[in-house]
Design a protein around this ligand. Structure first.
Ligand code: SAM
Length: 213
């Protein structure tokens, strides 16, 4: 990697750290909220199979949700919802249902506390579940993933989502933030539409895929 790119990456990291720290210490902590602080020990504990917690920025989530048409006809699931920031933002749009699944019980508790403080507990649900074991993908149309796990786990989860499509004639939208294993979906399903967005704050892409019915 050349020097220019190293410096650019470093500056992006400083900007992100400053922005997220200000958000946490000035806005969240005084209200008892916590969406921001990273929690990465799951990665080591699971020997790299499951990634730890880091959040998607609210501004980028707004850009993403503006791109999704017909939200009132669709239900939303965040796979690996962590402390619930994606659900909090999704709840501002007219999705039929806004749910998330999360493998770490501690993060589920944090998400639930966040929703109570924000008084949105009747609108959003955070379910304690391993994405590989979850059996209700058929209830949802829009799936959000922020690079939650390794390629082999994503293969299994993608199979479950695609199998669940036969249950009813769903539209299927995959929103994949930091899409390191995008080829998993591209190989398993026929793609109707593909759109790429970029989050400047985190320097990550997001790919929105609509699958053929
Ligand atoms: C990068 S964080 C994303 C959090 C949130 N979706 C966001 O974008 O702000 C990934 C989350 O996936 C969770 N996770 C990892 N493996 C999982 C699995 N097998 N089932 C459910 N959640 C998982 C982690 O605990 C972590 O909270």
């Amino acid at each position: 990697m050349d020097m220019g790119r190293i410096v650019k990456k470093f500056l992006i990291r400083i900007k992100r750290y400053t922005w997220f720290s200000a958000q946490y210490y000035l806005y969240e902590k005084p209200r008892g909220l916590d969406f921001t602080m990273r929690q990465t020990d799951l990665y080591e504990k699971s020997e790299g199979r499951y990634n730890g917690y880091s959040k998607t920025s609210e501004k980028h989530l707004q850009e993403i949700f503006e791109k999704i048409p017909d939200k009132e006809d669709m239900s939303f699931l965040d796979i690996g919802c962590g402390k619930g920031v994606v659900l909090k933002e999704a709840a501002k749009y007219p999705f039929q249902k806004v749910d998330g699944i999360e493998i770490q019980q501690e993060l589920v508790m944090t998400a639930k506390k966040n929703f109570e403080i924000l008084e949105i507990s009747d609108r959003v649900r955070c379910i304690h579940s391993d994405a590989v074991q979850f059996s209700r993908y058929g209830d949802y149309d829009v799936f959000f993933l922020f690079n939650p796990f390794s390629e082999d786990i994503l293969q299994r989860v993608a199979d479950k989502i695609i199998e669940s499509r036969s249950e009813r004639n769903h539209r299927t939208v995959i929103i994949y933030h930091n899409p390191v294993f995008l080829h998993v979906f591209e190989r398993k399903a026929r793609i109707k539409k593909k759109e790429l967005l970029h989050d400047k704050l985190k320097n990550y892409d997001t790919c929105i895929l609509e699958l053929m019915r």
